[in-house]
Design a protein around this ligand. Structure first.
Ligand code: GLN
Ligand code: ZN
Length: 772
């Protein structure tokens, strides 16, 4: 090969790989270490083995440059905090005493100290530990981990590219440390942080890195001029570091927008851009910015966060159009493969027809390798893959699983009236008041009651065949009776059955809807050692039979008081699943909404007077760019209204969202037109009541008055004072009394007392009302 054609050859790479191992070996080792059953040495050996295995697998698949440093015992943002020496004051002693234990103390807390806060990594279901910074923060470089992992890979014979969280994203993801003014902006620490990155880069260069990747996903969000200027300065400074490796700045999850020209002009040697979904706009933007002459472009053309096979021909066309725009073009998934399960081939129980449409991390790796080969050597070089890919896509497009004519006809026939309650709120409220006869400030809970060990054991026993379905159902029925009896004794007004039959609020419904598939090994990391197996929404959605009617009517038969029917809303059903990518999300949401509408109507027909449709994910799947949000909120709220608008005026619709920062979606909350919404508020002291009132929210609201995220039992006076605060902005006819969220993670002892206090407080405040 001549030097010229060698330079032109496209290479395949990935930014990160699932950490857990084929059988979640990492989870077992880490948790074993926490329990004292696994030594630190053996934990480290397990980890090193998993890294070795991943690199080898990538190299065998044809990846030329493997990522290093993407591995983590817990979280890569926490690793970055360690790398830059940003260990919070309260964790320093633990870190000094033992590095590994100190690391886990930051992640999980100890008896004495609270952990770092955890939050969602952009709009994925991965959670990172939020760096805590302040004006006094000093950074010091600790390149031990990135250097050691690079050396491991090099020693194993690989060409490796260390991957680090970039300095701008690191600061933009941080928050003011406890005790620091809330308006402190961590980005003001950039000048202090850059020398530390420069030092780490130099160490990596010395250890043999030709390239280092700096991940800057925060730059795909709407950024201010000042933030863009900071990015410009960051890469200008890092670009001028002597003896540094070549820099590849990676962005993913969306388009770079106004940050693209900033990065394109910076003195870094390469950019990695996402070209999937709404990030496809990067293509035009790149051309407009004049391309990346002489630079390396890594093109993320394979969706790295969904489970579907790629459209190889379309990707090749995208890649071909990029060729003239950069010095060289390499091929990658759009983001780290951390967000997808390891291997679709392990799913032996998935319908073989559907299995052909699935691509997990291993399959995605093969796709980027094939694309790189096709780009370098022409389509003939990958004709076998292209033929198979065409056939699979064709099969998917025409399968009766993805196209159910009845479902499609119904979705197409939805009218505006189907997505609107027949009566305005005032009329409904009057009818509901008459039917339900509730007091002012009615008390209720969010749905779940403690998921006890007995319940979990019963579920495991059923799965392993140790008990039969009848015995299991009896166990559930007994739990429901118990939960109801407690609520009646405590004096709660609107009861719940406690959701003991549900393993998970999405999975429970996914298992009962046609169009969803479950995996056996499809684990993805949610945070730390917690892995989830999201269901796969593969085809057209329909509901073969009622899903919750039996338990709901069973519960209602036990009591005179109203029992709420409990459903998971369409947006959340999508958000916590891997969703088909062959049609717009709004269309899929509409199908789920229609299935839920039937469920809502069936519950109503069976006598249920209050039905709650939970949408805790509504805000978290908000698009990263403000410009894309309205379209999302339109289909999101419409699908909620489709599910809930088929009922009579006197059937009360509730919804629930578990967060207090809903500023971005206030108008969407209004647009849901639920009769009652419960929200998190205890920790923000009922501010939500103010904010909703200020936004003119016309319906009923239950700002949580009991913080279920903590084992602390609130006393009745405290709850009463929160309620009085709420009454300043919400009139008594429209204020509900409830906890922040479901009670499934709490213990019975705290729940019992807390709910008793909650009822006591409601009674006390009620008694003081003029018209009580
Ligand atoms: N109804 C659900 C429960 O109480 C709601 C959970 C949630 O908001 N995440 O558990
Ligand atoms: Zn909640």
């Amino acid at each position: 090969m001549t030097a010229k054609s060698a330079a032109a050859a496209a290479r395949a790479t990935v930014y990160g790989y699932p950490r857990q191992g084929p059988n979640r070996e990492l989870k077992k080792a880490v948790e074993g270490y926490w329990k004292g059953r696994v030594t630190a040495e053996s934990l480290r050996e397990t980890a090193a083995g998993l890294r070795r295995e991943n690199w080898q697998r990538l190299a065998d698949a044809g990846v030329h440059e493997v990522p290093t440093g993407d591995f983590s015992f817990y979280d890569h943002v926490l690793d970055t905090s360690v790398m830059v020496g940003a260990v919070p004051e309260r964790h320093r002693a633990a870190v000094a005493a033992d590095e590994l234990d100190g690391y886990f103390a930051m992640a999980r807390g100890t008896q004495e100290v609270a952990p770092l806060e955890m939050t969602k990594w952009f709009d994925t279901n991965y959670h990172y530990l939020v760096p805590e910074l302040g004006p006094d923060t000093t950074f010091t470089a600790d390149s031990t981990k990135p250097v050691a992992e690079l050396k491991e890979a090099v020693a194993a014979g690989h060409t490796a590219r260390p991957v680090l969280v970039g300095p701008v994203t690191y600061l933009l993801l941080a928050k003011p440390a406890p005790g620091v003014a809330a308006d402190f902006e961590p980005l003001t620490l950039l000048d202090r942080l850059l020398p530390v990155y420069a030092e780490v880069l130099a160490d990596l260069r010395a250890a043999g890195a030709e390239w280092v990747q700096l991940d800057e996903p925060a730059l795909v969000q709407d950024r201010t001029r000042a933030e863009l200027n900071a990015a410009e300065r960051a890469f200008r400074e890092l670009g001028s570091v002597k003896d540094r490796p070549k820099l590849l700045v990676a962005s993913y999850f969306d388009r770079l927008g106004e940050a693209l020209p900033v990065l394109a002009k910076s003195p870094v040697e390469g950019l990695a851009l996402d070209f999937t979904g709404s990030a496809a706009a990067n293509l035009d933007d790149l051309a407009k910015a004049g391309g990346l002459p002489g630079k390396r472009l890594v093109a993320g053309v394979v969706d790295g966060r969904n489970v579907w096979i790629n459209h190889l021909e379309k990707s090749l066309a995208t890649l071909a159009s990029l060729l003239g725009l950069a010095g060289s073009v390499d091929v990658a998934p759009s983001c780290s493969l951390l967000h997808v399960p390891l291997d679709a081939a392990a799913e032996r129980d998935v319908d073989p027809q559907i299995a052909r449409w699935l691509a997990f991390a291993r399959q995605k790796t093969d796709e980027v390798v094939a694309l790189a080969r096709g780009l370098s050597h022409g389509t003939d070089a990958i004709s076998g893959q292209l033929t198979a890919n065409r056939a699979a896509l064709e099969g998917r497009a025409t399968s009766s699983l993805t196209r159910d004519p009845a479902v499609r006809a119904r979705a197409a026939a939805v009218t505006e009236a189907d997505a609107r309650r027949a009566q305005p709120y005032e009329e409904r409220a009057a009818a509901q008041r008459k039917r339900l006869g509730l007091p002012l400030l009615p008390t209720t809970t969010i749905g779940s009651f403690p998921q006890t060990t007995e319940l979990r054991t019963a579920r495991a026993d059923l799965r392993r065949g140790r008990i039969d379905a009848k015995a299991y159902d009896e166990r559930i029925a007994a739990e429901i009776r118990e939960v109801l009896r407690f609520q009646e004794e405590a004096g709660i007004d609107v009861l719940v059955h406690g959701e003991p039959e549900r393993n998970d609020m999405v999975q429970y419904f996914a298992e009962q809807l046609s169009g969803y598939v479950a995996t056996q090994h499809g684990w993805v990391q949610s945070y730390g050692t917690r892995y989830v197996r999201p269901p796969i929404l593969a085809g057209d959605i329909s509901r073969p039979e009622p899903m919750t009617r039996e338990w709901t009517t069973y519960a209602q038969a036990q009591t005179e008081r109203p029992v709420k029917g409990m459903l998971t809303g369409p947006v959340t059903m999508l958000a916590w699943s891997f969703v088909r990518d062959d049609q717009p999300l709004g269309e899929t949401a509409r199908q789920v909404a229609l299935a839920l509408r039937d469920e809502v109507n069936d519950l109503e027909a069976a006598g249920t007077s209050v039905i709650q449709v939970d949408e805790p994910a509504l805000r978290e799947t908000l698009p990263l760019r403000a410009a894309d949000r309205q379209e999302y909120l339109d289909w999101a709220t419409e699908s909620f209204r489709i599910s809930t608008s088929g009922v009579r005026a006197d059937t009360q619709i509730h919804t629930h969202m578990c967060y207090a920062e809903f500023g971005d979606i206030v108008s969407a909350i209004v647009a849901l037109d639920a009769d009652v919404i419960s929200l998190e508020a205890a920790r923000s002291h009922m501010q939500v009541a103010d904010e909703l009132a200020a936004a003119g929210y016309p319906n009923e609201v239950g700002p949580g008055v009991y913080d279920i995220h903590s084992p602390r039992v609130p006393d009745a006076d405290e709850v009463a004072s929160l309620l009085r605060k709420g009454l300043k902005s919400v009139p008594p006819e429209r204020l509900w009394v409830n906890p922040d969220c479901g009670l499934k993670t709490r213990g019975w002892a705290e729940v019992r007392t807390s709910l008793q206090h909650l009822v006591e407080a409601a009674r006390a405040v009620r008694a003081g009302l003029p018209n009580a």
